[in-house]
Design a protein around this ligand. Structure first.
Ligand code: PA5
Length: 446
């Protein structure tokens, strides 16, 4: 069976092949630091062998819980923020029919909350849920994240009112730390079904734990195939693979070399709207892992061809500090042929008989040529198909690439100290108990 593939040919007018290969020893060292746990953030390397260490029993238990939620609920709300929802949404969206929310389906509708503090959003969500049989998957590693905890308080109260406390317990699953945090305490007290986010797996690397797997199974997708894809990439991106054949190694080296040459922004590109959230997940993975110590490539994303009509001008002609990484899907899952039209008033008969994907592919190739001509190096990642297996490969490829790339850059790719700054100010402004000194200090600045 084919694997996802990486092609860096269209970066080579900007950097040399030799300069990428010069990273080989550094990449091997970085890979060994990951493998042996000798680098920065060594306590957060649980993701590295996660695919190959998930047991049949783990999968069966997740599938059983998913089946139970599916039998009770027409809507399941995934409450979580950052790494506690982006992976699930990325994969569910990538695999779903774009109009599934509007269609009758055997699977519950999966909605997302706990990722913002918008009063309108929560009002509209809770109003929508009033007439629905709904359940909640509440995900928070720390168990104390304000956005998620506040949302859960509202949803739990509503669910208990709608179906009673006993049935609500059957429809709430909590995914959190094994022992710490308010969510663990609450779950123990209420008797919810729980799953553990391992201590050594950070939020943005947690999609292949129950954090991602349970919502994906609830949405009706094959989590075994997803894991199998990730296992394959774990092998392909492993230490035994020579540098030039290891896509995670070459990706990490290429993007670091481009960064050194002045390309400070990486734009992840897709040509299918259902991949939008894969880019959102990737932005967190790379942004939170590398943006430290005044360093790091800025991860941006666009959906083409849509955004060629908004961001295309900037990409073609703006400041030359960008490179593109394109996720290309070789064969779509469906076929749409362009019909012939007798009158041909729109002048499109030259496309009659062709598939829509042929037009999309020529847009992709034409854009690649135009952007390379315009000074934008282009990395291409090709997926043979958009299915669970290849998405599993893509997820692990990006995770391994991120770990190696962070070490090449010289940062700790597994912490996120900068995320705390806004929380401290917010708590001070809200006069949270324990923040009295911060409250005083921040009020003096207003
Ligand atoms: O990558 C991370 O660690 C963060 O983005 C977290 O996933 C996010 O802040 C949510 O945290 P928690 O799961 O503790 O609620």
């Amino acid at each position: 069976m084919e694997n996802i593939s990486l092609n860096i040919q269209k970066t080579l007018g900007f950097i040399s092949e030799a300069s990428v290969h010069a990273y080989e020893n550094d990449v091997i060292n970085a890979s060994k630091m990951l493998q042996n746990g000798t680098g920065k953030g060594r306590d957060f390397l649980g993701w590295l062998h996660l695919p190959s260490s998930i047991t049949k029993e783990d999968i069966a238990d997740i599938e059983k819980t998913a089946a139970d939620l599916r039998s009770r609920c027409e809507v399941v709300v995934v409450a979580g923020i950052g790494g506690s929802y982006l992976g699930a949404k990325a994969i569910i969206d990538a695999l779903s029919n774009s109009f599934s929310l509007l269609q009758k389906s055997e699977s519950p509708v999966v909605l997302y909350a706990g990722n913002n503090i918008s009063e309108d959003y929560l009002y509209e969500l809770t109003s929508f849920l009033k007439t629905k049989q709904f359940g909640i998957i509440n995900i928070s590693k720390s168990g104390t994240t304000t956005e998620t905890a506040l949302t859960f308080r509202l949803l739990k109260t509503q669910l208990e009112k709608q179906v009673g406390k006993e049935e609500a317990k059957n429809r709430i699953v909590a995914i959190t730390d094994a022992a710490k945090g308010a969510l663990r305490k609450l779950s123990t007290q209420e008797g919810y079904k729980t799953y553990v986010i391992p201590d050594n797996v950070g939020g943005r690397f947690s999609v292949l734990t129950p954090v991602g797997l349970l919502p994906i199974a609830v949405a009706g997708f094959d989590i075994k195939a997803l894991i199998n894809g990730a296992v394959k990439m774990e092998e392909v991106c492993g230490l035994d693979t020579p540098f030039a054949e290891n896509p995670a190694a070459v990706y990490a080296a290429t993007r670091n070399e481009l960064y050194k040459s002045g390309k400070k922004i990486e734009i992840l590109v897709n040509y299918h709207p259902k991949l939008h959230y894969v880019s959102e997940w990737w932005k967190q993975l790379y942004g939170e892992s590398e943006g430290k110590e005044n360093k790091g490539i800025f991860p941006a994303a666009v959906d083409f061809t849509t955004d060629l009509h908004s961001m295309g001008q900037w990409i073609q002609d703006g400041e030359r500090t960008i490179f593109e990484t394109v996720i290309s899907v070789k064969e779509p899952n469906t076929k749409v042929e362009i019909p012939s039209d007798e009158e041909n008033l729109d002048g499109l008969n030259f496309l009659a008989g062709k598939r829509v994907d042929q037009v999309n592919k020529m847009a992709e190739l034409g854009t690649q040529i135009a952007h390379v001509d315009g000074g934008v190096p282009n990395i291409k990642i090709e997926l043979p198909l958009l299915n669970e297996y290849y998405i599993g490969q893509l997820i692990y490829f990006f995770e391994k690439g991120c770990g190696i790339s962070g070490y090449l850059l010289g940062v700790n790719p597994f912490d996120q100290p900068g995320v705390e700054a806004y929380k401290k100010n917010m708590f001070a402004l809200l006069e949270k108990p324990g923040f009295e000194a911060e409250t005083k200090a921040i009020k003096a600045r207003l």
